[in-house]
Design a protein around this ligand. Structure first.
Ligand code: FES
Length: 194
């Protein structure tokens, strides 16, 4: 199995200043990043700095590679909506060029990120809630959770306690492909399918 470089970067905590500056950014424990040939879903532990005991499992799932859009078509703070990993329920996602380096960011500026639109609390729809000023998604219309898109979708405020699932991407020339998910999509029973 080939490990996506962004997965490796996330695991190794090599996502740049955006993460280093944050006090609540996600850090992956590389010893817990277990990949076994033929298994497309990986469970690893996430620790939150300052909360040493707070280690919770996270999941990286590899789904079929899907073309999303072209890098050259993106404009800063203009979200592009797409569906991933399929056209099923809760698949709606946002891709956005933040104009600021982000954890898992794609492209020369490491600022292109993508996330599932479904709130991890109780499935509230986050479509249309992108906040350019804060590089955040939310507040959720149900219970007001807001997620930080520069730091792997970690919650900033509100009721949710899990980060927004981040779409893992690859850049092939000018073409952006989705290749997997980091985190579980709310409401989907097939998250763990390889
Ligand atoms: S469903 Fe989004 S905060 Fe509750």
């Amino acid at each position: 199995m080939t490990i996506d470089p962004r997965i490796a970067a996330a695991v190794n905590g090599e996502n740049g200043e955006a993460e280093k500056a944050g006090t609540r950014s996600c850090l992956m424990n590389r010893r817990s990043f277990l990949l076994t040939g033929g298994i497309a879903t990986t469970v690893m532990m996430i620790g939150i700095p300052g909360l040493a005991a707070a280690q919770t499992p996270a999941v990286v799932a590899t789904y079929p590679r899907k073309f999303i859009t072209k890098l050259s078509d993106l404009k800063v703070d203009e979200p592009f909506d797409f569906e991933y990993p399929d056209e099923g329920q809760y698949a709606e996602s946002i891709l956005v060029k933040l104009g600021k380096e982000a954890g898992g960011g794609l492209g020369p500026d490491k600022d292109v990120v993508a996330f599932n639109y479904t709130c991890t609390h109780q499935g509230g729809p986050l479509q249309g809630t992108y906040q350019a000023a804060d590089k955040a998604l939310g507040p959720c219309p149900l219970h007001l959770t807001t997620f930080d898109l520069t730091r792997h979708g970690i919650f900033i405020s509100g009721q949710a306690y899990q980060s927004l699932p981040q779409v893992l991407m690859e850049l092939d020339g000018d073409d952006i492909y989705a290749v997997g998910m980091f985190g579980l999509i709310y409401g989907r029973f097939d998250n763990l399918q390889g």
